[in-house]
Write a protein that binds this ligand. Structure first.
Ligand code: PAF
Length: 283
């Protein structure tokens, strides 16, 4: 595995691979790799000649009260995991390399942001979009892989790729789940034993909602109420949101049709869990 820290060297290396006709799959990350990242990498590995991964903790997507300084970093462990997963090139620039001076131009995301978790993260997706414009220009991937656990980020990246005409295929990758259905997350360890037992009810409520829609229910409010009832009856968690939107546009729906997302966030004592499903509502 090649480890590159310089933007110029990365661009030259990718250019030489492309000249040899190789396809490049790209998984951007902020490091501290977990099973979710490894799933993206394995998929990208199987679909491309070259697998490129970036590790860069992007300061401009953190709010003033967020954890940029304390964000976990472990390059040694990450490099080992990346190598074992078949990564060909690991791009790991410093903050100074990526942001040598105050930028005179940045990306501003106009839609798909003032819903779900984005509502509480002012400016976050502008930072994500800006770093992705840079990373896409540096890595020049054929395909870029993002996890649907953060379905709002996938929606924003979809807009970025479409609106700025990046010749990149976006590959959204399904949520990895525990055997009992709970979406995998590093936050799950913060659940108490009882909360951990209750937590699969979140995905269960989403599946139940889908079954009702499959049976013909088209009223989003009815589905929302059903999910709220299921979660409040079977868990001690406090619901942060239960929302249904058109996907990936994240527009409001008065009637369920086309591709939709049902997304939930539930607060437990020491962990806030999110989950979602996206699917086509059949006519
Ligand atoms: O999902 C992440 O880890 C980050 O938002 C990303 C896409 C690597 C951009 O910094």
């Amino acid at each position: 595995m090649k480890v590159i820290t310089s933007i110029k060297e990365m661009q030259q290396y990718i250019h030489s691979l492309k000249q040899d006709g190789k396809t490049v799959g790209f998984v951007p990350t902020m490091g501290f790799l977990h099973e979710g990242h490894l799933t993206l990498m394995k998929k990208a590995r199987s679909e491309n000649d070259v697998l490129a991964v970036s590790i860069f903790v992007n300061p401009i997507q953190f709010g003033p009260n967020e954890d940029f300084d304390s964000y976990p970093r472990d390059l040694e462990r990450d490099s080992k995991l990346a190598e074992e997963t078949g990564v060909d090139v690991l791009f790991h620039p410093s903050t100074e390399e990526m942001y040598p001076a105050k930028m005179s131009l940045t990306a501003v995301v106009h839609s798909r942001i003032n819903v779900l978790c984005g509502r509480q993260r002012n400016g976050h997706f502008d930072g994500v979009a800006t770093v992705l414009v840079k990373l896409f220009n540096i890595v020049q991937p054929d395909s870029a892989y993002f996890g649907l656990k953060d379905a709002q980020q996938v929606a924003v990246v979809d807009g970025l790729i479409t609106d700025f005409n990046f010749p990149i295929t976006l590959v959204p990758v399904e949520i990895v789940r525990e055997e009992d259905g709970l979406a995998k997350s590093s936050r799950n360890v913060n659940l108490t034993l009882q909360e951990r037992e209750e937590a699969p009810r979140l995905y269960e409520s989403l599946q139940m909602a889908k079954r009702e829609i499959d049976k013909g229910q088209r009223n989003p409010k009815v589905i929302e109420d059903l999910i709220i009832k299921h979660i409040t009856t079977h868990t001690s968690g406090v619901i942060d949101y239960v929302e249904l939107y058109r996907y990936p546009e994240l527009d409001e729906l008065s009637q369920l049709n086309g591709k939709i997302i049902i997304a939930i966030a539930v607060k437990f004592t020491k962990a806030r869990l999110i989950d979602n499903i996206t699917f086509d509502v059949k006519e």
